[in-house]
Design a protein around this ligand. Sequence first.
Ligand SMILES: [Zn+2]
Length: 205
Amino acid sequence: MNKVHEEGISKFRLTLKRAPAPEQNQFIALEKWRALLYRLGLVGEYPTKQIGYGTLSSRLNKKSFIITGSQTGHLAHLQSHHYTRVIECDLKRGSVTAEGLIPPSRESLSHFEIYETNPSIQFVFHVHHAELWEFLKKTSQNSLASSSPHGVLETDMAISEYIAQKNAGLFIVQNLKNEIFSFGCSAEEAGKNILDLYRKLAVRH
Ligand SMILES: [Zn+2]
């Protein structure tokens, strides 16, 4: 384990400013896709550990975005108070400042990095799936090697170059098992990347 990894984890610092939940029009596209991804098991909760997985976000402006709240993975449908606004991130310090009624997860840092790297990207969907991940690892060029920690992708040049060059895409990080990142200029683009992959694998069985 490298030093950056340890620091990335230990340095996660959250400031939550209590504020009204986001407006419905700010998360309706996310909610539509999340409900579908939940049904497919791409968003959910690991029952034994009761740890939620899968985070969806959409950009609000240059620095801020709406994201699903922490520990909401077990819910089939989210309401406005389950979404929160991330208004500031500092990757070096590992700090996240959010406004809302629920804390964002530490995955906010990965979402932030993707938005920072390419200003055209408007949506980031992060899902977990063992079979899709294995399939991508074997077959895809978008299986990117990284020694970087969960939540801090920037240390890997291959990943930042890939994101910078594409306005819509999907990638995995080799040492983040089961984790898939999809992004696009619209919710449809980000969602379709994942669905296409899911269908491709379903056909193979
Ligand atoms: Zn994850």
